[in-house]
Each structure stands twice: as C-alpha cells, then as structure tokens.
Write a protein that binds this ligand. Structure first.
Ligand SMILES: Cc1cc2nc3c(=O)[nH]c(=O)nc-3n(C[C@H](O)[C@H](O)[C@H](O)COP(=O)(O)OP(=O)(O)OC[C@H]3O[C@@H](n4cnc5c(N)ncnc54)[C@H](O)[C@@H]3O)c2cc1C
Length: 418
C-alpha cells in the first residue's frame, strides 16, 4: 500500500472479467491498472451474450443505461421441429447484447489511460508487502493486489495450480451472426421476437437477436451515439450450434486455422478452414428447420469455440486471486460465464470495502462464496450439457437453464418495449 494508503491493484486480462474488476476496484478506492495481452482492442471477439443483471450492473446501477436501451428482447422461447413448425412456445423475458458493445461500453467507462494492450503476464512472486508482476515483453511492476482475469488458459492459474487443466466437454460451439435484413421475410418472421431452439439427436442449435452497432453498422458513428440499435429488422441474428467432435485428429483438424496453426480455445471468424464451413452449411441445409438453415447458410464467417470445464480448488492466494474463466469456466448453457466473471469482481470489491482495503483479509473473506458459486454453476451447466449433447434426454419445451445462482435469474424483469 502506498504512503497515502491507496491499494495498487493490477488486473491481468482486459476482457469482461478484467474490465469490470478494474471499474469496481477503482470505485472502492484502489489505484488500478489493467494489462491485456492482445495488441489490439478486443472488438472482433465473441458474438452475442445473454444479459444477466450482474453483467450490466456497472452500466445500470448509476443510471447510465436501462436494460431496455441496450438489450435486444425475446418475449418467446420457441422450440422448432425439423419442418419449421412450432413444437413448443412459452413467454420469456431475456435480453441479448453483443460482446462488442458491452466491451466498448465498459472500456469507455474505464478509460484507456490505465488499460494497457500488448502487456502479457509471464509470472509473478509475492512477499509480505506485495506482488511483483513480470511481463513477457520484459520489465516488472509492483502491486498490492493482483487480480488474474486471464481466461480459460490462464497463465496465472498454471503457475498457482499446475495440477488444474481445462477438460474438454466433448463438443464445440459453432457461432455466427447474420444481419436480419439479409433474411427472407419468412425466416425473419420466424426468428425475430424469440429465442429459438432446435434439438438434434445429439446436439442443439439456438438463435436470438442482438443489437447491431448502431444500425448503420458504422463503428465510428456508434462511438458517437453509444447506443445500440434495437429496432427489429436492423439487428443481427446470433446463433450457436453445439456439435459433438471427438477429441484427437477430428478436433485437431477443426481447430487448425486456414494458416495451419492449431488453436486451443477458438478459431476466429474468417480463419476456419473452408472444408469445415462447407460441411457445416451442407448439414444445416439437410438437418435444420428452414429458418435456421437459411440463417446459417447466409452467415459469412462462422467460427468455432471449444467448450471446456474448469474447476479450481482455490481462488485466493495471499494477495493474488483468480476470477472469471481463469477460475471456473462454465459450459455456455446457463449463459452465465460473463455474469459470473462480473459477480466475482463485484464481490471482490465489496469484500475489500468491508475489510477497509486490507487485501489479504478481503481475499479470505471473498473466496468461499465465489468457490460455492463456481461449483454450483459448473454443476448445473455440466448436467444440462451432458443431457442435451450426450444423452439426448432434453425435450422440446423444457425451460432453459439460463441463470447464475439459479435457473431463471437471468430474466430481466423490465417491461418488453420497442
Ligand atoms: C459458445 C460460447 C457461448 C457463450 N455465451 C455466453 C453468454 O450468452 N453469456 C455469458 O455470460 N457468457 C457466455 N459465454 C462465456 C463467456 O464468453 C466467458 O465466460 C467470459 O468471456 C469470461 O470472461 P473472462 O474475462 O473471465 O475471460 P476471457 O473473456 O476469456 O478474457 C481473458 C482475457 O485475458 C487475456 N489474457 C490471457 N492471458 C493473458 C496474460 N498472460 N496476460 C495478459 N492478458 C492475458 C486474453 O487476451 C483475454 O482478453 C460463452 C462462451 C462460449 C464458449
């Protein structure tokens, strides 16, 4: 701690968990720096995110935005049969956002002065007074608190818990977005107001609307207006198709990008090998309901993310902690990964405040609740994933397992508005 009593915190990883940690720690009085490995801002990453109150808490709690200003709504949960007819329909109140918008909005709040791209954690050591962080590019920095939000293949977790490694769930998520304006009237009509599911024999696909940048799809204008476009017909349709892929040569080839590099977590849009995209489109045309098949075949650059389970026995280590996917990576079926990363950050800030910024005491106070949350959320998502992908026991019309602490807590109870 500095002479003035301020806690110097370094947050490693500048995605959702890292940015929210940066914001909330700064708000409780820490002097925060965020170090992100990527040399460029993370705009191109991810696609849609199902909103949870925790995910947008930073943006809503001080009245910066209301959920209905930033999240595209679904008022129906609909399961489709192969022929496109409705197998089941029920009301729901989920809202969806794009990774890009959320990242930009959080980064705008944090500012770029203390957000350093091209800074990669290589290692660290701690002593009684603080932590020394070593960077791959050379050099080191000193802090009182090190928050590691460095994702599924966390360097920090590898150093702290070398026995823990990601465990492949047996399937991947193919993902993509297509402009609603590109869909025929029939497909737009079938998809635009719902979160739509279709169950396959061992797999499933889902689709929901997300805001476009601002409707003109001009990032420059978006940066001026700061509001996403929610008007039906001017948004994107986001989809995820979970497909089982055997570990070994089949998975290796899928994750080898068009330049020949074997990726570990995801292959970026535009970098998939063409024969995989061709196969996906062929199977879509053959096996999916017409609206979902059209959506998928019109998607320019589908991409893949691998589904992993990660579970840690500890999250706090003196003055160092793991948050978000670096600690527990959840299967996506609860749509709660970002929400959990955010919750880890919020609870950390609350613990620091309750312990008058005594870092070690705060981390001890914080850890049990976050371990319990990670374990229960992972258990629920693992069960859902196994049922829908491996056992084939998920039925048309089953409520979605969306939720962080429990199924159902992702519903945003604001009135549906257009
Ligand atoms: C198919 C799929 C669908 C999903 N859908 C949803 C959803 O609907 N809702 C939801 O809430 N979540 C969803 N998720 C989960 C969500 O994407 C993650 O849980 C969330 O991004 C975790 O955030 P994080 O900040 O912990 O990690 P990440 O987003 O992985 O960020 C880690 C950051 O750390 C950086 N980094 C890594 N190593 C270093 C280093 N050594 N030094 C410095 N920086 C480093 C990386 O570059 C990266 O920017 C989904 C996931 C998948 C796979």
């Amino acid at each position: 701690m500095s002479a003035g009593g301020q806690v110097h915190a370094i947050v490693v990883g500048g995605s959702m968990g890292g940015l929210i940690a940066g914001l909330v720690l700064r708000d409780v009085g820490c002097d925060v720096t965020v170090l992100e490995r990527s040399r460029v801002t993370l705009e191109g990453r991810g696609a849609g995110i199902v909103l949870h109150p925790s995910t947008i808490r930073y943006l809503t709690h001080e009245g910066l935005y209301a959920p209905q200003q930033i999240g595209a709504p679904a008022r129906k949960l609909r399961y489709l049969r192969r022929d496109g007819s409705v197998a089941s329909e029920q009301p729901c109140s989920y809202r969806f956002i794009s990774y890009f918008w959320l990242y930009e909005a959080l980064l705008t709040q944090f500012g770029r002065d203390r957000y350093h791209l091209g800074h990669e954690l290589a290692g660290f050591e701690q002593d009684a007074d603080g932590v020394t962080v070593h960077l791959t590019e050379g050099g080191s920095r000193r802090c009182d608190l090190l928050v590691c939000a460095d994702g599924i293949h966390s360097t920090a977790r590898g150093l702290l818990l070398p026995q823990v490694s990601p465990s492949y769930a047996g399937y991947v998520g193919w993902r993509g977005t297509v402009s609603e304006a590109q869909l025929t009237g029939a497909s737009f009509g079938a998809l635009h107001e719902a979160i739509t599911y279709h169950l396959l024999r061992r797999g499933h696909i889902l689709a929901y609307p997300i805001p476009d940048f601002d409707g003109s799809v001009s990032p420059a204008r978006w940066r001026r207006t700061r509001h996403p476009t929610l008007e039906p017909g001017h948004r994107l349709t986001n989809w995820v198709w979970y497909r089982n892929v055997t570990e070994g040569p089949e998975l290796d080839d899928l994750l080898t990008d068009s330049s020949g590099v074997r990726r570990s977590v995801s292959v970026a849009p535009g970098a998939m090998q063409e024969h995989h995209v061709k196969e996906l489109r062929e199977v879509a045309a053959r096996d999916l309901p017409p609206s979902l098949a059209e959506m998928l075949t019109k998607t320019a650059e589908p991409f893949v993310q691998v589904v992993f389970d990660i579970e840690v026995p500890r999250m706090a280590f003196g003055r160092v902690c793991l948050i978000g996917d670096a600690a527990f990576a959840l299967r996506p079926h609860a749509a709660a990964g970002t929400a959990k990363a955010a919750e880890d950050a919020w609870k950390l800030a609350e613990a620091l405040e309750a312990c008058s910024l005594d870092v070690e005491r705060a981390l001890m106070r914080w850890e049990p609740g976050q371990l319990a949350l990670g374990r229960s959320a992972l258990g629920r998502t693992r069960d859902a994933g196994n049922r829908v992908q491996m056992e084939g026991t998920w039925r048309d019309g089953e409520p979605l397992p969306f939720g962080l602490y429990e199924t159902g807590d992702s519903a945003l109870l604001t009135p549906y508005s257009r």
